[in-house]
Design a protein around this ligand. Structure first.
Ligand code: F6R
Length: 611
């Protein structure tokens, strides 16, 4: 995600800020910028792309020198990656410069209000409303202005602020997005994580939600929302910088697995307003007539994104009763596809750059289809060439094996299916409301599953020397099996296959022998008994069975299988989000025990830009 650093002290801020941004590069970004108070005014430099582009630019701006500044690496969410959208964002008068991590969920309504007052906006970002509000609220009392902003904005934020009229202070505040104050001698810092400043100071203060820090070179004052000054503990941190980049985790993959509840919140929360699913922030322009005209949905994707499509088929068909085809994008072009102006093509891609998916989209568009893409990387090629885009807002995914992007893609599918069903009056209001409640509960349920991390690690010890593994399931459990199997094989190099549970006996069961591991998924109550029969079939041929099910079935699960993993219950539609997490952890710990290069498995690339 984006990175923030701010400095006030005795040194020239500019090189220090660039140094700090370099330490935050691991978080992923697509543009960067700095604002420095020169003593007279705020000077800003920004550049799209990597930090060297910003550094090159800075060489041509020698006047960008001062003892106070803020800087940012931006990973685009609202507004494409561009110089204009990169931070620091200035207010219309140029009086305030703001850097921001997070999402201001109600920025559209605030922006509309400010536009009516004649305020001009220069960027497409949600952040700009903060800069403009500060301009309006500020009358010489900075704390009051900041608190008014807190009372106005909703969502998550870590904010660093400088004011042209206040050359000796830096302002910081946060809500649901981390921000720390670094305590130095004759100098102080703010940062989104300690990595950016740990080479300069290891003494930090962690800000809590809605606290405001007013930071000068020789003092730090922290206030609560009632403007009351509060005392905070200074914590001495003592870890190495490399570990910090992964927030203490050994690999990006496990970090990203653990980040899933937060990523899901970011995907879902801004899109639920007053009990309704809305795609307001996505500029969604499918009218009711457009929706009525859709007689087929065609999903195009590759790899794990294709597996999301496989889950989506069950969900769309059940909720909308519209036929759905899911196609591996690399095959689509060569099959004389049957799509036309009444087909909604849903393309799914984390990177937004997968060449096969991109080519398939172009083919579908040539045939007259309308393309809605579900993408993580803002401004990517797939996003740009689609008619509509829903961003997953999962944050940058660095490990090659996808986890949090997969999970957030699933969430968009749940929302889209219910959104369309509601618009088309194909769902009753009680059921719709219960799905919305389930969506809001999903992050805490995923959190609950993650608490089983240690027991899954212990389970993995029994299986890391396996040669072949079979994953079986029915309905959406089968689709999740596909993903569990891919996760395992791609990072641990253990051969694995996923099968619909009822299909194994039509051939593949001949491969089961004594000790072959079969991972059985049975999270759908209506299909549990059928799954038990399939488990008995493989057990009779000597398989060792690891069963993933819900607590409700504990007694029977224990009687038929060798090992069990239990997950909480949520609506059947959303069970894939809970079922996939133990499978990600299982794959991770098996690969870990085998000593594999987890974040960069052999032969694989994060973004596959060749057909
Ligand atoms: C597997 C994985 C890949 C991608 C696939 C599509 O863990 O990450 O299978 O899902 O290469 O990539 P995107 O989603 O970027 O189009």
């Amino acid at each position: 995600m984006c990175g923030i650093i701010g400095y006030i002290g005795y040194d020239n801020a500019t090189p220090l800020l660039i140094e700090g941004l370099k330490k935050l590069e691991y978080r992923g970004y697509d543009s960067a910028g700095v604002a420095v108070h020169t003593g007279n005014s705020l000077e800003v430099a920004k550049a799209k792309g990597k930090l060297y582009a910003l550094s090159e630019k800075l060489q041509k701006i020698p006047q960008l020198v001062g003892n106070l500044g803020i800087a940012h690496t931006r990973w685009a969410t609202h507004g494409e990656p561009s110089e204009q959208n990169s931070h620091p964002i200035l207010s219309m008068s140029g009086r305030f410069a703001v850097v921001h991590n997070g999402i201001i969920e109600n920025y559209i309504s605030i922006k509309e209000e400010l536009l009516k007052k004649g305020i001009k906006f220069l960027s497409d970002t949600d952040t700009e409303v903060v800069a403009q509000l500060l301009d309006i609220y500020y009358d010489g009392d900075i704390l009051s202005a900041v608190i008014k902003v807190i009372n106005k904005i909703e969502g998550s934020y870590a904010l660093g602020i400088t004011c042209a009229e206040r050359p000796d202070e830096l302002i910081a505040l946060k809500k649901a997005s981390p921000l720390i104050v670094g305590v130095g001698e004759g100098e102080n810092f703010i940062a989104s994580d300690a990595t950016a400043i740990v080479h300069r100071t290891k003494d930090i203060i962690r800000l809590e939600d809605e606290e405001v820090a007013i930071v000068k070179a020789d003092s730090i004052k922290i206030y609560n929302k009632n403007k009351k000054e509060i005392s905070k503990e200074i914590v001495h941190i003592d870890w190495d910088v490399a570990a910090a980049e992964k927030s203490g985790h050994e690999h990006f993959m496990i970090k990203e697995i653990m980040e899933q509840p937060k990523a899901i919140v970011n995907t879902i929360r801004p899109r639920i307003k007053d009990g309704k699913i809305v795609f307001e922030q996505d500029g969604f322009n499918l009218s009711l007539d457009d929706l009525k005209n859709i007689n087929k949905i065609c999903i195009l994707a590759c790899g794990s994104a294709y597996h999301v499509g496989c889950v989506a088929k069950y969900i769309f068909e059940k909720t909308l009763r519209t036929p759905v085809e899911v196609e591996v994008a690399s095959e689509f072009r060569y099959m004389k596809p049957i799509v036309d102006g009444n087909t909604l093509v849903v393309a799914i891609s984390q990177s937004g750059e997968t060449a096969d998916t991109l080519a398939a989209i172009k083919e579908a568009k040539d045939l007259g289809a309308r393309v809605l893409s579900i993408v993580n990387v803002v401004g990517s090629s797939i996003a740009t060439c689609s008619d509509n885009v829903i961003y997953t807002w999962a944050g940058p995914e660095i490990a090659v094996a996808t986890t949090k992007a997969y999970s957030t893609q699933l969430c968009v599918i749940y929302m889209l299916a219910n959104y369309m069903a509601e618009k088309l009056s194909r769902i009753n209001s009680d059921l719709y409301s219960s799905y919305v409640d389930n969506l809001l509960n999903l992050p805490s349920k995923v959190e609950e599953v993650l608490k089983n991390q240690e027991s899954i690690k212990a389970l993995a010890k029994n299986f890391y020397d396996c040669k072949n593994v079979f994953f079986i399931g029915r309905n959406t459990d089968y689709s999740v099996s596909l993903e569990g199997s891919l996760k395992l094989k791609e990072i641990s190099y253990i051969h694995s296959e996923a099968y619909p549970a009822g299909e194994l006996k039509h051939g593949t069961i001949s491969l089961i022998e004594k000790g072959t591991l079969v991972v059985a998924l049975a999270t759908n109550d209506a299909l549990f008994d059928k799954m038990i029969s399939n488990i008995k079939e493989v057990k009779a041929r000597g398989a060792t069975v690891l069963l993933l099910t819900t607590e409700k079935h504990r007694a029977e699960a224990e009687s038929v299988s060798d090992y069990c993993i239990y997950i909480p219950k949520i609506s059947d539609m959303m069970m894939p989000s809970l079922a996939v997490v133990p499978l990600q952890l299982f794959a991770y710990y098996i690969a870990y025990l085998k000593g594999c290069d987890i974040d960069k498995p052999r032969n694989l690339a994060k973004s596959v830009t060749v057909e």
